[in-house]
Design a protein around this ligand. Structure first.
Ligand SMILES: [Zn+2]
Length: 218
């Protein structure tokens, strides 16, 4: 299978609304929680403990947003109607790698992390829709991708996430934590991805080419 690093042709909104950034509950256990049970200086006492964790990207005065009332009906996700699904209408040339049933893409430009890639089934399926064969292949590909990304010298760990709130077509995200950056450990790394200066374009392309070549090397 050819691996190619074509210019990413992201149709509108593919990356934005489903870009991960969830905030854990206050009892979420991460490596940093051990260090941060005290409240942040100046923070209100009703703030969760994670605002004081080293990994939390913000400091200073903060206040909680009011929690909105739950809606009676969930809004549609992008691609709920397959004829409007951007993934289903994007050619293989916009992807880093593809095979008969799976495709791998990246956001269109470098961000703060050395690697961010997204694995999608070729068919219009969400996670719970996968056949046993698809599910087995997802497991194998997840392990291969994690291994490939973590094999990069600049990478220490790989976070694997699926949210599903924004898009109906399954997207499994792989986000690489740069080596040595302990402050990026845990769930806030998705925020740091947008905070840190983008990695050099040359390095970013080299990393993506390496991953695509790894997958192509059956
Ligand atoms: Zn689709």
């Amino acid at each position: 299978m050819l691996s190619r690093l074509a210019p990413m042709r992201y149709l509108s909104g593919v990356a934005s609304a489903s870009t991960p950034g969830q905030i854990p509950q206050s009892n979420h256990s991460t490596p940093n929680s051990q260090q941060g049970n005290q409240r942040a200086s100046g923070a209100r006492s009703d703030l969760p403990a994670f605002v004081a964790w080293p990994a939390f990207p913000f400091e200073g005065e903060m206040r909680l947003k009011p929690l909105q009332e739950p809606v009676s009906a969930e809004p549609p996700r992008r691609g709920d109607r397959q004829e409007q699904c951007s993934a289903c209408h994007t050619p293989d040339s916009a992807y880093l790698w593809s095979n008969e049933r799976w495709r791998l893409k990246s956001p269109p430009a470098p961000s703060g992390l050395p690697v961010v890639v997204i694995l999608e089934p070729r068919a219009h399926l969400d996670l719970g829709d996968l056949s046993t064969m698809h599910a087995a292949e997802l497991g194998v590909l997840t392990v291969r991708l994690e291994r490939a990304i973590r094999n990069l010298e600049s990478v220490a760990q790989v976070h694997v996430n699926r949210w599903g709130d924004g898009t109906a077509h399954l997207q499994q995200w792989f986000l690489a934590r740069p080596h040595g950056y302990l402050q990026l450990r845990g769930p806030f790394m998705t925020m740091w991805d947008e905070i840190l200066p983008p990695v050099e374009e040359h390095e970013w392309r080299m990393n993506l080419e390496y991953i695509a070549a790894w997958l192509a090397d059956d």
